[in-house]
Design a protein around this ligand. Structure first.
Ligand code: ARG
Length: 587
C-alpha cells in the first residue's frame, strides 16, 4: 500500500504541474506543527529560486489548482510559503480499513532481496554475557522487520569457536585428567561419546585456564601449541572440540531461547577455515597480497581517507590465520552458498575498523561482487548507572542469565504490588513483561549510542518503557473482552469517519504504520518503531480518557470505536513482535 504522504504527494504533483511548476517540489511530509495541520508541503520555498517568485505566490497557485480531492479536506497557504494540509475524515477511515484488510497492514518491501544477517557472535565455552545481549536483541528485531516486509532473511549466529580459548580448555583438561584417551598419542580407538565435563565445569575451566595462562608463560605456550594442533587436525583435540561445541551450543540455544532470539544457521569461525588456503593463494596470484615484515597483508587504504586505515592482515609471519582472515573466508563461504544481495553485521562499534578493512579487502579482491552490499551496524555499550560498562555488584561481568533473573524478579514485585495474582501466574507474566522491559530498554535507544541500563526505569509501567506499551495493549484487550461479554461481536466491523478530535488523532497515528516500518528497515533503526508505538500508545490513552467507548450511546459510533481499537491493537501487537516480545493476557 502506498504511504499516506505518497498519496498526498501525488495529488500535489498534479496541482504543481497544473500551475506550471515542476512536480519535484510537491513532496508532502508529516506536519512538524501538528497543532496547525496534519501534513505539509514546503516545496514552494525550494521552488522560489528556480522560478524567481515569492514562495507564497507559488504556494497560493498550487492551492488554487488543487480542486476536488479524495484525500484533502483543506489545503492552506501560510506565509512565507507553506502548504498546510488537513485530511478528509472519510479518507482516513478508508485508509485504515484497507490496512486492516492487508496481511501486512499496508507495509511491504518494494523489491524482495536476500539478506544475510550476522549477529549474536558469542564465543563458545565462555558464558554469554551482557555484551552479547545487544547484538542478539538488535539483530533479532532487524531480522523480524525485514522478514515482515517480505525480504528473504538468513540469520547466522557466527560463533567464535576457533580460537585460543579452545587451546586453553584442552590444556587445562590435560592438566586435570591426563589419563583421558584424548591425550594418549598412541590411542587409535573410538573416543567416548560422553563429554569429560558438564556445562558448568566448562564455564569454570575457561576462566581458570585463562587466568593461569596470564601468570605462567609455559602454560600459555602449551595452550597456544594445543590451539595450533587442534587447527591442524589433531584427532584427540578435535574430539574434545566436538564435545565443547555440542555442550556449549545446547546451552547457547537455551539462553537465546529465553530471549526469544533464533538463528537459521549455527555456523562459526571454524566453518570458514577450509576456504582459507585457496583464498590466500588467489590473493597472492592476483597480486593483491604482499609481504610486510613477514606477514601477508592486503592494502586497503584509499586516497580519500581522512584517518589511517592499516592493511588487512591475512597471515601472521608464522602462517597463522587471524580475525580478518576468518571473516574474509566466511564471506567466500557465504557468497558460494547463499549469494546474498546484502550482508548485515551487528557488532560492537569498537570493531568498526576491522569491518572497514574486511569490506574493502573483500571488494578489492573480488570475494564479493560490486553489487553485494556489505553493511556494518555498530552498537554502543550498555552501561551501569555509574556510566561505566555494566558490571555485577562485585564488579564482575554480569551473566545474561542473572540479568534476566534480576529483571523478572523486579517485574514480579511490581505486578504483585499492582493486583492480587497467584504466584504461578504472576511469575509467568513477570517473564513476559520482563522481556519487554529488557528489550525495549535497549531498542528504544539509537543502536550506535551507549545507554544506561536502569532496571527501575525499564520495568516501570509509566513512561517510555516496554511495560507501558504492554499495559496499553492489555487495556485494549480488556475493553474488547468487555464489549464481547456485553453481547457485541468483533467480526466485520469497519472504522468510521471520526466524530471527535482525539479519535481522528488516533486514526492518523495508526495510518503512519507502513511509513514507520519501511523507514525503520531502511535505516536499520528499531528505535524508530519504539518511538512510534510510544506515540501511538499515548494517543490511544488520550482517546481512551477522552471518550466513552463501551458507554457510547450511538451504536454505529460505538462500533466504529471498537473497529478502531482492533486496528490499534493489531498495530501495537505487530510492532512489538517486530521488536521481539509479546503481550500477556492480563497484567
Ligand atoms: N565473536 C566476536 C566477539 O565476541 C563477534 C563476532 C562478530 N561477527 C563477525 N563476523 N566478526 O567479539
Amino acid at each position: 500500500m502506498k504511504q499516506l504522504a505518497e498519496l498526498l504527494t501525488e495529488e500535489l504533483e498534479n496541482a504543481f504541474e497544473k500551475a506550471g511548476y515542476s512536480g519535484e517540489y510537491a513532496k508532502v511530509t508529516l506536519s512538524n506543527r501538528p497543532d496547525l495541520c496534519e501534513y505539509q508541503c514546503n516545496g514552494a520555498m525550494a521552488g522560489a529560486k528556480a522560478y524567481k517568485k515569492a514562495p507564497f505566490m507559488i504556494a497560493q497557485d498550487v492551492v488554487d489548482r488543487l480542486g476536488e480531492s479524495v484525500c484533502i479536506e483543506s489545503a492552506q497557504m501560510v506565509k512565507p510559503g507553506f502548504i498546510n494540509i488537513t485530511l478528509k475524515k472519510s479518507f482516513v477511515a478508508d485508509y485504515l480499513n484497507q490496512m486492516q484488510a492487508d496481511e501486512r497492514l499496508g507495509a511491504a518491501a518494494k523489491e524482495r532481496r536476500k539478506i544475510l544477517m550476522d549477529y549474536g557472535g558469542p564465543n563458545v565455552a565462555k558464558p554469554l554475557h551482557v555484551g552479547h545481549l545487544r547484538s542478539a536483541v538488535i539483530g533479532e528485531s532487524i531480522k523480524r522487520t525485514a522478514r515482515f516486509l517480505g525480504h528473504e532473511v538468513i540469520s547466522d549466529v557466527h560463533l567464535g569457536d576457533w580460537g585460543y580459548q579452545m587451546g586453553l580448555i584442552i590444556t587445562e583438561l590435560k592438566k586435570r585428567k591426563p589419563e583421558l584417551p584424548y591425550f594418549d598419542e598412541t590411542f587409535t580407538g573410538k573416543y567416548p561419546e560422553e563429554a569429560p565435563f558438564t556445562i558448568s565445569e566448562l564455564e569454570e575451566i575457561y576462566p581458570t585456564a585463562s587466568a593461569y595462562a596470564k601468570e605462567h608463560a609455559d602454560y600459555k605456550e602449551e595452550a597456544l601449541h594445543a590451539t595450533f594442533l587442534l587447527q591442524n587436525g589433531h584427532r584427540g583435540y578435535r574430539a574434545i572440540w566436538d564435545h565443547i561445541m555440542r555442550i556449549s551450543v545446547e546451552d547457547l540455544k537455551k539462553n537465546y531461547g529465553k530471549l526469544d532470539v533464533t538463528f537459521d544457521l549455527w555456523k562459526g569461525e571454524s566453518d570458514a577455515q577450509k576456504y582459507i588456503p585457496d583464498m590466500v593463494e588467489k590473493m597472492k596470484k592476483d597480486g593483491y597480497a604482499h609481504l610486510d615484515d613477514g606477514a601477508l597483508v592486503v592494502d586497503v587504504k584509499e586516497e580519500t581517507d581522512t584517518k589511517e586505515i592499516p592493511p588487512c592482515m591475512i597471515l601472521k609471519s608464522d602462517g597463522a590465520a587471524l580475525y580478518d582472515t576468518t571473516d574474509l573466508a566466511t564471506l567466500v563461504e557465504r557468497e558460494e552458498q547463499y549469494k546474498p544481495d546484502e550482508i548485515i553485521y551487528i557488532v560492537d562499534k569498537r570493531q568498526e575498523l576491522h569491518f572497514i578493512q574486511v569490506f574493502r579487502c573483500a571488494k578489492k579482491t573480488g570475494i564479493v561482487g560490486e553489487d553485494t552490499k556489505l553493511t556494518f551496524l555498530g552498537f554502543g555499550t550498555m552501561n551501569g548507572k555509574d556510566g561505566k560498562p555494566f558490571k555485577t555488584r562485585d564488579g564482575g561481568v554480569m551473566r545474561l542469565e542473572n540479568l534476566i533473573r534480576e529483571i523478572d524478579e523486579e517485574m514480579y514485585k511490581k505486578i504483585a504490588e499492582n493486583r492480587t495474582v497467584s504466584e504461578e501466574e504472576g511469575r509467568r507474566t513477570a517473564e513476559i513483561v520482563g522481556l519487554s522491559a529488557l528489550k525495549y530498554g535497549d531498542l528504544s535507544n539509537q543502536a550506535s549510542k551507549d545507554y544506561i541500563f536502569d532496571v527501575d526505569r525499564f520495568t516501570s509501567f509509566e513512561g517510555n518503557t516496554g511495560p507501558y506499551i504492554l499495559y496499553t495493549i492489555v487495556r485494549i484487550k480488556s475493553i474488547l473482552a468487555k464489549y464481547e461479554e456485553m453481547g457485541g461481536s468483533l467480526e466485520g466491523l469497519k472504522v468510521k469517519e471520526a466524530v471527535t478530535d482525539c479519535e481522528k488523532a488516533l486514526m492518523l497515528e495508526n495510518a503512519k504504520f507502513n511509513s514507520v516500518i519501511e523507514n525503520a528497515h531502511e535505516e536499520l533503526a528499531p528505535h524508530k518503531i519504539c518511538a512510534y508505538i510510544y506515540d501511538l500508545a499515548n494517543t490511544f490513552n488520550r482517546f481512551y480518557h477522552g471518550v466513552k467507548i463501551i458507554g457510547e450511546e450511538n451504536e454505529e459510533t460505538r462500533k466504529g470505536y471498537i473497529a478502531l481499537l482492533l486496528v490499534t491493537k493489531r498495530i501495537l501487537e505487530t510492532s512489538i513482535e517486530l521488536l521481539g516480545f509479546e503481550a500477556p493476557e492480563r497484567m
